[in-house]
Design a protein around this ligand. Sequence first.
Ligand code: ADP
Ligand code: MG
Length: 236
Amino acid sequence: MSGPILEVRDVRKRFGGLEALAGPSFDVPEGAIVGLIGPNGSGKSTLFDCITGTQRLDGGEVRFAGRRISGLAPYQIARRGVGRTFQLGRLFGRLSVLENLLAVRGPLEGRRAEARAHELIELVGLTRVTHELAANLSYGQSKLLEFIRALMLDPILVLLDEPAAGVNPTLLERIVGYVRGLRDRGVTVLVVEHNMGFIMGLCDQVVVLDHGEKIAEGPPQEIREDERVIEAYFGR
Ligand code: ADP
Ligand code: MG
């Protein structure tokens, strides 16, 4: 691991009277798997939206690979090397598995995009449903498709928003393996997940949000025993 690939600085986002992000700051070291946890509504998905340009910041900044990315359009941020999944999924139901991947090919040429798509489909074992409409996939299959779609542009950093939510234990283990595989190839991962086993077993560092603020940060073993974290999760 070397310096930070992602720097989040005093990021602020309001929705009307609600302060969804109240200025959290943290770094994601290059090559690490960092967990982002916190109760429902604490701002995790909004933070992903602010990092990837889906939402505009009201204050603060985000730097990626040493350069400011806040203010850029989502496609520009994606092309610089930031991939993401969406918590609720953004698959095109009436497109096939393959077409869903090709829809985000960005600067890849047709041939290379197809090769990349097939490689990813094979990686997660979706070969049999390559030409199936996304709407006909099982829940687990659509989680896998959402996951590999974030990898289409060969990201340097990938943001995963609850990649294993609602999947069975077998698929959960497979997803853990795929995320480890990303790290083994040098990809940096920032992951939101409620499954504590997933977070504790996988992450090098954990950042905890509550009401849009960072309330704790550290190695998973410390976070699990942090009183503010326990209070945020169980204290109300
Ligand atoms: P988390 O992912 O941690 O569960 P979110 O980032 O989705 O939390 O939401 C943080 C807060 O911001 C919540 O109170 C949510 O209702 C609110 N929020 C999120 N997105 C919007 C939006 N587009 N418009 C208005 N409020 C929003
Ligand atoms: Mg969320």
